[in-house]
Design a protein around this ligand. Structure first.
Ligand code: GAR
Length: 197
C-alpha cells in the first residue's frame, strides 16, 4: 500500500511541486492526498489543483492568534484526507505541541539552513553575517520544538563571494527541490537513514 501524503504550504509551493512531481513517478511508495494552506491566496494551491490534487485553505487571520482554534479548523480537512505522512513545505505558521504530537513520527519539515544552525527566520542573512563558507537546507522530523527534531537529510551549497540573502536563497532552493523528494521517498519506504547531498 502506498503511503498517503498531505502537504501544508503558505506560499508559492515550489517544494510542494517538487514532492508532487516525484510522487508522480512510477514506483513511488507514497501518493499525495491533500495540499492545504493557511493562506487562501497561496499561489501553490492553484498549482496543486492543476495537478489534480485536492486542496483546502483555512485562513489563519480570522482566528486572531488563537492557534488552538486555527489548528482545529485546519485539522478538519487534514483528518478527512487520512494522511499517513504530513509534509510541511514552506508552511510559515508555528504549530502547537498538541498538533505536532498528533502526527508524531510522521511529520516532516524542510528548513533553509544547515540545522542546528539558524532555526527560525532570516536564515540566509544569518549565514552570511556569520561568514559561513557553506549554507544549505535540512529536512527533519517535526517535534514540538521549532526547527528541531531528528535530521532526515541535508544538502550543502557553497557561499560565494558577493552573495546576498537572495542569491544564496535561490542556490539553496535548487537543492531543496532535490533533497525533499529524496527524503520523502526514503521515509515513506520506512527508511530514516539521512540523505546527504
Ligand atoms: C523554502 O525555502 C522553505 O525552505 C522555507 O520557505 C520556502 C518556501 O518556498 N521554509 C521555511 O522557512 C520554514 N521555516 P516554496 O513555497 O517555494 O516551497
Amino acid at each position: 500500500m502506498t503511503k498517503r501524503v498531505a502537504i501544508l504550504i503558505s506560499g508559492g509551493g515550489s517544494n510542494m511541486l517538487a514532492l508532487l512531481r516525484d510522487m508522480g513517478m512510477g514506483g513511488h511508495p507514497a501518493r499525495p492526498v491533500l495540499v492545504a494552506s493557511n493562506d487562501p491566496a497561496a499561489a501553490g494551491l492553484a498549482k496543486a489543483a492543476a495537478q489534480g490534487v485536492p486542496v483546502a485553505a483555512v485562513d489563519h487571520r480570522p482566528f486572531k492568534g488563537d492557534r488552538t482554534a486555527f489548528e482545529a479548523a485546519l485539522l478538519a480537512p487534514l483528518l478527512a484526507a487520512e494522511p499517513d505522512i504530513l509534509c510541511l513545505a514552506g508552511f510559515m505558521r508555528v504549530l502547537t505541541p498538541d498538533f505536532v504530537n498528533r502526527f508524531a513520527g510522521r511529520m516532516l519539515n524542510i528548513h533553509p539552513s544547515l540545522l542546528p544552525k539558524y532555526p527560525g527566520l532570516h536564515t540566509h542573512q544569518r549565514a552570511l553575517d556569520a561568514g559561513d563558507a557553506q549554507a544549505g537546507c535540512t529536512v527533519h522530523e517535526v517535534t514540538p520544538v521549532l526547527d528541531d527534531g531528528p535530521i532526515l537529510g541535508q544538502a550543502r551549497v557553497p557561499v560565494l563571494e558577493g552573495d546576498t540573502a537572495d542569491t544564496l536563497a535561490a542556490r539553496v532552493l535548487v537543492q531543496e527541490h532535490r533533497l525533499y523528494p529524496a527524503v520523502l521517498r526514503r521515509f515513506a519506504a520506512g527508511d530514516r537513514t539521512p540523505v546527504l547531498l
